[in-house]
Design a protein around this ligand. Structure first.
Ligand code: OAD
Length: 258
């Protein structure tokens, strides 16, 4: 049965989505200083669970309860077990269409930069080389006794892992809640946001600072902000275009728009 109003409505929505896609495509074509800020949603189609929402629970705990220095001091074994679980998923995961699109953009745009909150290294595995990791890398560890840091890609990692230099307890070398981001990385990220004419915000809930501020800084500096997310986020009000959907699917559509 045809429902005229409804059918027409759906057609209009599809057309509006197409026009918005064309607009973003055109902005992308002429952009001189394009950037992308990515969050956990960029890796969701690779099978890596995001932090917030139904997927974010692990043994009835949330990321905010596990990714803190206090949680590690109290119970390093549980925190390491959670990281070991995530390292195992990440080691088996493959970059998806979102990572591949962003890597491809680096070849097209000589000044493309990707700023990520993710610690999974999938942007680099897809071929991106201009990547700023705001929260570090899950493959990095740091000694709580002698402070040396190094890469440890063992999966599973012995729990509790000890420092290869002094034998002390090592911790994941990522940035936890309540900790400062590496100053040099942060400064470069803000400089890139300020010097941007097109700023993609991909798969982030936009609630963790200072990463979330990057989109607002870019917007204040005059960038056209494009958000890609299946759901509206805290950053949607700052977006000039909201392309609703999964990142890989939206980027694939953008490529296919002709
Ligand atoms: P969140 O888990 O807070 O948000 C993930 C976002 O991805 C949500 O807005 C989802 O709607 C969206 N999403 C889900 N599937 C998607 C898909 N296929 N394509 C696009 N978007 C999708 O993750 P982040 O915003 O990255 O920090 O979280 C920020 C920080 O909080 C993380 O870096 C981590 C975390 O706790 C630390 O550990 C310090």
């Amino acid at each position: 049965m045809m429902v005229p109003g409804l059918d027409q409505g759906l057609g209009e929505r599809a057309q509006a989505r197409h026009l918005l896609g064309r607009l973003v495509q055109e902005r992308l074509r002429v952009s001189q200083r394009p950037r992308a800020l990515t969050g956990a949603g960029a890796s969701a189609e690779s099978g890596i669970p995001v932090f917030r929402g139904a997927d974010g629970w692990w043994r009835n705990r949330r990321a905010e309860e596990l990714a803190t220095p206090e949680a590690f001091s109290r119970d390093p074994k549980t925190v390491w077990e959670w990281y070991d679980y995530r390292r195992d998923i990440i080691a088996k995961a493959k970059p998806n269409l979102c990572h591949e699109f962003l890597a491809r953009m680096e070849n097209i745009h000589p000044r493309w930069h990707t700023i990520t909150q993710n610690v999974d290294g999938l942007h680099q595995r897809a071929g991106s080389s201009r990547v700023l990791e705001l929260h570090g890398s899950i493959w990095q560890v740091r000694c709580t006794a002698c402070d040396v840091d190094y890469e440890d890609e063992r999966v599973p990692i012995p729990i509790l892992p000890s420092c290869r230099t002094c034998g002390g307890l090592v911790r994941p070398g990522v940035v936890w809640f309540g900790e400062s981001l590496p100053q040099d990385v942060l400064q470069r990220a803000f400089a890139l946001a300020e010097d941007s004419d097109l700023f993609f915000v991909v798969g982030t809930s936009g609630v963790v600072e200072p990463a979330a501020s990057l989109a607002r800084v870019a917007k204040s500096a005059g960038a056209f902000v494009v958000e890609i997310n299946p759901e509206p986020s805290a950053l949607t009000p700052a977006a000039d275009a909201f392309l609703q959907g999964k990142a890989g699917e939206v980027f694939e559509r953008l490529l296919g728009l002709g």
